[in-house]
Design a protein around this ligand. Structure first.
Ligand SMILES: CC(C)(COP(=O)(O)OP(=O)(O)OC[C@H]1O[C@@H](n2cnc3c(N)ncnc32)[C@H](O)[C@@H]1OP(=O)(O)O)[C@@H](O)C(=O)NCCC(=O)NCCS
Length: 186
């Protein structure tokens, strides 16, 4: 269903190229269709079993596609979540490992969404899926960092993360560091 807006362009010229004195009542109509509703895309997020080579390959492929300049984070470590769209298959991913510094804390290591599926709240779904799992595991904190990435920073803020200054900034001084009290976010 949609509404159609008609824009008319009128005016003709004679064979000699001069404007006709009498403009005939001929209109060229250009149709611009404006959808009234858009098809809602249904995304699902689930934790996948990375002991399977198939899942490891899918996650590495998504890392290469979404983060071509980053080192691939080994998917056999930690917990990995994949976002699916029914017809497109896997369209996003995210990983989480136990922090190497704190025993009650998880570290969100990577996430990405295929370009054509961005802007649908998928990164936030992937953050919540990891927070939920962290809570099930009895973790108290989740930490991560962003580098020059307003979209990721906004997603983290929306999900309850706050900026902080770690005593040891593990990824250098130019990153923003984020932490979230797992129970407060869910
Ligand atoms: C970052 C990325 C994962 C975001 O995925 P997404 O599914 O489109 O994100 P979401 O739809 O959940 O929301 C992104 C948030 O950032 C905002 N945003 C989007 N683009 C933005 C931009 N250019 N500047 C500022 N904010 C932006 C959105 O409005 C949304 O904010 P909200 O939480 O207030 O609604 C995706 O762009 C991506 O894969 N980028 C390349 C890989 C990457 O940078 N990964 C993260 C680092 S590990």
């Amino acid at each position: 269903m949609g509404i159609t807006v008609c824009m008319s362009s009128a005016g003709t010229v004679s064979n000699t190229g001069e404007p006709r004195t009498c403009v005939r009542n001929i209109h060229h109509l250009n149709y611009v269709s404006i959808p009234l509703w858009e098809k809602k895309v249904d995304y699902k997020v689930r934790c996948v079993d990375t002991s399977s080579i198939n899942w490891r390959n899918i996650i590495c492929g998504l890392q290469l596609q979404c983060l071509p300049y980053d080192e691939i984070f080994p998917p056999h470590e930690g917990w990995w979540f994949v976002a699916f769209e029914r017809s497109a298959g896997p369209v996003g991913f995210a990983g989480m490992v136990i922090s190497s510094r704190w025993t009650d804390c998880v570290y969100f290591c990577r996430s990405g969404v295929k370009e054509e599926h961005r802007g649908n709240g998928l990164q936030k779904k992937l953050i919540y899926a990891r927070l939920k799992r962290a809570r099930m595991m009895g973790m108290n904190w989740a930490v991560t960092e962003t580098f020059s990435n307003p979209a990721s920073s906004n997603s983290l803020i929306s999900c309850g993360f706050k900026l902080y200054e770690p005593t040891v900034p593990w990824a250098g001084d130019t990153c923003l560091y984020w932490r979230c009290k797992v129970n407060n976010a869910l």
